[in-house]
Design a protein around this ligand. Structure first.
Ligand SMILES: Nc1ncnc2c1ncn2[C@@H]1O[C@H](COP(=O)(O)OP(=O)(O)O)[C@@H](O)[C@H]1O
Ligand SMILES: [Mg+2]
Length: 333
């Protein structure tokens, strides 16, 4: 393990991905902890390294301009020898993977809140011309208070160019890929919507919609097969959510949601519908606090205003009474 990368002091390993190791590090200049993702360029020849470096900076710069509460912030880029690195916001929470694996069981409302926040982050990035290309649970972090952040915008493109230079074919798991990614067709933001559909399916049911013993079987299913409805696996899933998932997972891009805003609108309506049909919902969730219980919040504010007005009137009354008594006492003398 390196002791330093640029000005960053490497503290511990947080995890490993296909491209390299992710470390927890300390930035003495700003006095904060950061996460540093390293990308190992060792195996590339010099020409490839330069080409890759240019691509790396281009992608990371674009992703670095994204500034949204549901997206992990990129702070800095650097290179040391054969290693390129990205310093970014350190996430201390759980990966969505843990939630999917039911290590932390969530209510349907909470699952929807989490999914909605992913969609919000995606919508913002798409509006800024950035496609994620690798939406999957390990790139989605859930922080305290169920605040969700998406990691690795644009990184997938660096990964695929690295993979292409090395082996000339797609690497990585196809579990969350869209049909167009599998078929190496050009992709647009609707590809992220398909991958989001797979994540949503998994959040709702704990199962993957396309799964199999081997990569080829998964790829075949993604391109050709209809998955079971989520409600068939989890009876708590309402029909509206079945429809939302199905529309994300349409094979033809023209049949899918055409943009994430259409999707967030449907998710939002579904959340409201769910809160109306399930008034016992114990936890309205982080994101929809305002949308779910506006009545309760207004009543509380109203009560507060009345209390202030009444206190003011009583104080005024008391003041007038005391004033009157003082004057009458003085008058009596
Ligand atoms: N910004 C971050 N803050 C904290 N941990 C992170 C951060 N980015 C990545 N990690 C951890 O490092 C691991 C490896 O990340 P990565 O290289 O992106 O691979 P993958 O996304 O395929 O798991 C992740 O699974 C996660 O646990
Ligand atoms: Mg990642």
């Amino acid at each position: 393990m390196e002791s330093h990368l640029g000005r960053y002091e490497i503290l511990e390993e947080l995890g490993r991905g296909e491209m390299g190791v992710v470390y927890k590090a300390y930035d003495p200049l700003i006095d904060r902890f950061v996460a540093i993702k390293t990308i190992n360029l060792e195996k590339l020849c010099d020409e490839e390294k330069d080409e890759y470096k240019a691509r790396f900076y281009q992608e990371a710069k674009a992703a670095g301009r994204l500034n949204h509460p549901n997206i992990i912030t990129i702070y800095d880029l650097g290179r040391k020898g054969d290693m390129a690195y990205i310093a970014m916001e350190l996430m201390e929470g759980t990966e969505l993977q843990d939630i999917v694996a039911e290590k932390q069981p969530l209510t349907i409302a909470e699952k929807l809140d989490v999914s909605f926040q992913v969609a919000e982050g995606l919508a913002y990035a798409h509006e800024h011309g950035i496609i994620h290309r690798d939406i999957k649970p390990s790139n989605i972090m859930v922080l305290r208070g169920k605040h969700v952040k998406i990691a690795d915008f644009g990184i997938a493109r660096m990964k695929s160019s690295l993979a292409l230079t090395k082996t000339n074919k797609i690497i990585g798991s196809p579990l969350y890929m869209s049909p167009e990614q599998i078929q190496s067709h050009p992709i647009d933001p609707r590809s992220d919507i398909f991958s989001f559909g797979i994540v949503l399916y998994q959040i709702l049911t704990g199962k993957l919609p396309f799964n199999g013993d081997n990569v080829n079987s998964v790829m075949y299913q993604i391109v050709n097969e209809e998955p079971q409805k989520p409600s068939a696996l989890n009876p708590e899933v309402p029909e509206t959510l079945d429809r939302i998932v199905a529309k994300c997972l349409e094979k033809k891009t023209s049949d899918r949601y055409q943009n994430v805003n259409e999707l967030t609108r449907d998710l939002h309506s579904c959340r409201i519908l769910l809160s109306q049909t399930n008034t016992n919902s114990a936890n309205p969730g982080y994101y929809f606090e305002d949308a779910v219980a506006p009545g309760n919040r207004n009543i509380n504010t109203g009560q507060l205003i009345w209390a202030v007005v009444l206190t003011a009137l009583l104080s005024l009354g008391l003041y007038v009474m005391i004033d009157y008594l003082i004057h009458t006492t003085h008058g009596a003398h």
